[in-house]
Design a protein around this ligand. Sequence first.
Ligand SMILES: O=P(O)(O)OC[C@H]1O[C@](O)(CO)[C@@H](O)[C@@H]1O
Length: 194
Amino acid sequence: MPEYATQPVRPMRITFGGADRSVLEPQGPLLTRRMSDLDGLFADGGAWTAAVADGDPVVYQVACSPVPERPTDLPQSVTTIQPGAVGGEFHMTKGHMHPVPQGEIYLGLSGQGGVLMFDGERAEFIEMAEGVIAYIPPNWAHRSVNTGTEPYRFLAVYPGDAGHDYGWVLQHGMGHRVRRAAGGSGYRLAPYAG
Ligand SMILES: O=P(O)(O)OC[C@H]1O[C@](O)(CO)[C@@H](O)[C@@H]1O
């Protein structure tokens, strides 16, 4: 079974693997989030319930390297978000705040997407594609979104003690929602409560 490496970690060569380069090799944990894991996150609760009933599809997967999540290490993961929308709101990650205020780096690998950030007052959206780097500063919650028609994939590198606070997003929201634009092509940013 793939696991985080036992500590201490030795210098490591890591490559993109799998037929679609969606995993890191050597492999660490693989996280799969289905529609049912995104309870309370999409604005249209009825559309979310219908999507869960209609096969509960995989929305995204996070394939990690074996580098452990501990304070002095820099773990990495490749996230693949499948295309689609729920009530017009694009497929997205749950979104979280780092309880230990630490930054994070994303590198776009394939597809079209973006990263929505929110610090409780200000919201920012950075469009992502292959070769684009997004910097997420400390104290900005972050959520990734697939705004295209193909899987959107990106590499994340983050301090191992950053952690994941999902309750912050449920309490404060993300400032905006990323919705399909009128006419069906592209995206628009909508008010979070809208
Ligand atoms: O933890 P969430 O919000 O489900 O999203 C997963 C994302 O978070 C990270 O684990 C780190 O920010 C990424 O590797 C991944 O894209």
